[in-house]
Design a protein around this ligand. Structure first.
Ligand code: KG4
Ligand code: ZN
Length: 345
């Protein structure tokens, strides 16, 4: 079965074709990063309009790359939520229009389930059960994953998500949007041990996380150290480095504690912050020391993409709907409300 995946939940238009026998056949992405940069964040109306412009040409591109006619697609998966309502509606409309025109079933995918299952695109792929550290712009969660749709949230953020913290700290340091990659780049030039930031919730005794205090600590440091010309570039790099160390320390410690608490010795890291090189290196070093298995999606599948949506759709083919093509989107949608895939009636 060949599944076309359509991701339009935020500021990336992602398309992909996933074959249940042969794996990923093609994928294509258009990032709106440059368009939103001038505004310092995603402008929802601009995002929706750009998805409208990109989605059909990208569909044509992945089909051409996969060497397939549209009629060779067996099902269409789209991101139903969570995300920006207008942006989600673009993918939902295209998915249902295609489904109706082709007489093929359509599956609405939970965006975070897509992230969570994205390490299954890699070879070798992890096997269930595993602990997922889901760290994106909107989420920082630790989830015990027993199988597709069998998720138990065991740790959550109490305020800002890890990616959000990177974005806000980057803004305070005067860096361009999106903050995560630009802060990580600046951190490479920082000196260790020259700035000091807290490790929030380190000793909380549970698996919850909190990053807003860390952002406030960055603000205090920036204010204290800025001269009439702003912050010295070397000091900005030092603070960026310490900030990244602090976030990574907390994420690694909480993920390790989750494995100890549950006895599950496989960890997958997914979501945009999973692209962070320090996080990847530290997790891998821990795995090498302790013998646990750690999986990351390939870098291109850490941030939003169509491949993870096509894959999640393929794993939920039994839920595909073709009787009618009415649809909705779910801008807010709790991952914990998902259930294991229904078998085809
Ligand atoms: O998963 P994603 O693409 O979108 C959401 O579903 O939120 O994650 C985006 C987040 C942003 O906050 C971005 O700053 C962060 O991931 N991010 C990074 C890196 N690359 C992206 N954070 C730290 N280091 C990176 N290399
Ligand atoms: Zn995402």
């Amino acid at each position: 079965m060949r599944v076309l995946g359509i991701e339009t939940s935020c500021d990336e238009t992602g398309l992909a074709v996933y074959d249940t026998e042969r794996g990923l056949l093609a994928h294509a992405l258009h990032s709106q990063m440059a368009m939103h940069e001038a505004y310092g964040g995603v402008v929802p109306e601009l995002a929706s309009r750009d998805h409208v412009r990109r989605v059909v040409p990208l569909t044509q591109r992945v089909l051409a790359e996969a060497g397939l006619e549209l009629s060779a697609i067996d099902a269409i998966a789209f991101t139903r939520g969570p995300g920006l309502a207008g942006a989600l509606l673009v993918g939902a409309s295209v998915a249902h229009a295609l489904g109706y025109a082709l007489g093929k079933p359509v599956i609405g995918v939970h965006h975070m389930e897509g992230h969570l299952l994205s390490p299954l695109l890699a070879k070798p792929a992890p096997s269930f059960p595993f602990i997922a550290l889901l760290v994106s712009g909107g989420h920082s969660q630790l989830i015990e994953v027993a199988g597709v749709g069998r998720y138990r949230v065991i740790g959550d953020t109490q305020d800002d998500a890890a990616g959000e913290a990177f974005d806000k700290a980057a803004k305070l340091l005067g860096l361009p949007y999106p903050g995560g990659p630009s802060l990580a780049k600046l951190a490479e030039h920082g000196r260790d041990g020259t700035a000091s930031l807290p490790r929030p919730m380190r000793d909380s005794g549970n698996l919850d996380m909190s990053f807003s205090g860390l952002k406030t600590a960055v603000l205090t440091l920036v204010r204290r150290e800025s001269g009439p010309d702003g912050l010295d570039p070397q000091r900005a790099a030092d603070i960026a480095r310490e900030f990244q160390h602090a976030v990574v320390d907390v994420l690694v410690e909480k993920a390790v504690a989750a494995m100890i608490d549950t006895g599950v010795r496989t960890l997958v890291v997914a979501g945009g912050v999973g692209a962070n090189r320090e996080l990847r290196a530290r997790m891998q070093a821990h795995a090498a020391q302790t013998g646990v298995a750690v999986y990351f999606p390939d870098l291109e599948f850490c941030t939003d993409n169509g491949a993870m949506i096509a894959l999640a759709g393929a794993l939920r083919l039994g839920e595909a709907r073709s009787a009618d093509y009415r649809f909705d989107v779910r801008p807010r949608w709790d991952l914990a409300s998902l259930t294991a895939p229904a078998s085809r009636a």
